[in-house]
Design a binder for this molecule. Sequence first.
Ligand code: FUL
Length: 487
Amino acid sequence: MMKIRCFKWLGLSLGLLSGELLWAQSVDLIPSPVLPVPTQAQIRWHRMEMNAFIHFSLNTFTNKEWGYGDENPELFNPQKFDPEQWVNVLSESGFKGIILTAKHHDGFCLWPTAYSEHSVKKAFWREGGGDVVGSLARASRSKGLQFGIYLSPWDCNHKDYGRKEYIQYYRNQIGELLEQYGPFFEIWIDGANGGRGYYGGARETRWIDRQTYYDWPVTLEMIKEKNPDVLVFSDAGPDIRWVGNERGEAGETNWNLLTPDTLYPGKGGIEKLLQSGSESGTHWIPAECDVSIRPGWFYHSAEDSLVKTPEELFQIYLHSVGRGSVLLLNVPPNSDGLISSTDIQSLKGFKHILDSVFKNNLAAEAHFSASNTRLNSGFFSPDNLHDNSPETFWATDDGVTQARVELKFPKPIRPHYVVLQEYIALGQRVKSFTLEAWTGKSWKSVFQGTTIGYKRIAVLPEIETDKLRLIIHDSRACPVLSEVAVY
Ligand code: FUL
């Protein structure tokens, strides 16, 4: 029974093994996890790799980035509102989930909440009968995309913002959203908090104590009670952390680990730590890279010519997904309620680059060998590194934290990218590695890296070779890798 539980916990696939005996033997020999390890929900999230952010609200109609909170809700009028168009564009571009600004800092609610009049109920749009959250949740799910929400803790419209009463309002709204539109895969808690605002007519500046005001532990408990699998994002977790910048750039060293000495959004001065994580972190809190396809988070027609190009998006992909993070790309619909053609063109070009770059895995044909294979067992063979299965892995013996894996190709190749993946269910391990290519006479270093994590994409210089090798110099425990791909 013990073994069965361990097996399930690791998320391994029973179908890989020929017989129960072999399976049971192997399970016993699997490397012990190096703590902390991700939850199953976090592993699923890592595998999503690319999600889309949708910033859409009254700001879309008032041409603002941060509303004041006194904007007339009647202005919200997306005449051609078509969430199916958004979902089709995003799904065809490779995104697996969508997170919508159900309420941004100005307090306008995109669903007909029972707790405020500052919502779509007061819009001209559909004579107050529209519901953006519900429509997008349905459209996303019907296309197989996961759905999540952003609910700004800062609310420039609400009269009680800054007072105790507001916390109940915020919790009521989260509860309402979870009950009506949940379960969500992710809830996004923004770190921007407090400042000038309308506040029910007071028109003043209100600051709050970010550490204590929101009393997050109670809200988090309520969220997890209603939606146990949801991952909560904030600057420092608890489930997903901010990457410390809005450029879509994870650190070259990117640990999924962090010690949550602060679980509260908006604590300044920790950007560097958020970008790289911490090797000695006590919790699995991976970084998410949020970045907009446009200069602003909301749509502004003046920025139509400034939409990021496919090549720029690909570079962002390499610096986010390619550094073991998840990309959250914001694609803001325009005031018609549609994703604009400039953004669509750019996304199509981006998808085209991804499809052509990662089309043909040259490692599929290569012969793999390793300097050490755990127990010399076929179960941990380096052949697992090119079987296209995230559930199998190569591992070394306990205590062996330096190792080499060599790839021999049937004919010379010109590799541009090497994609490495750790089997993160057993923890993040590798601390330092080099990739080398055989020049015909000697080994030449073509890439040096630190962490790998869920995925690391190494960009190589121009080279022709028939042999590549991965040298692991240091690891928190015996390395456990699931894939090595070459493109
Ligand atoms: C920031 C906000 O202030 C921006 O408006 C935007 O929502 C971005 C994702 O997070 O903190």
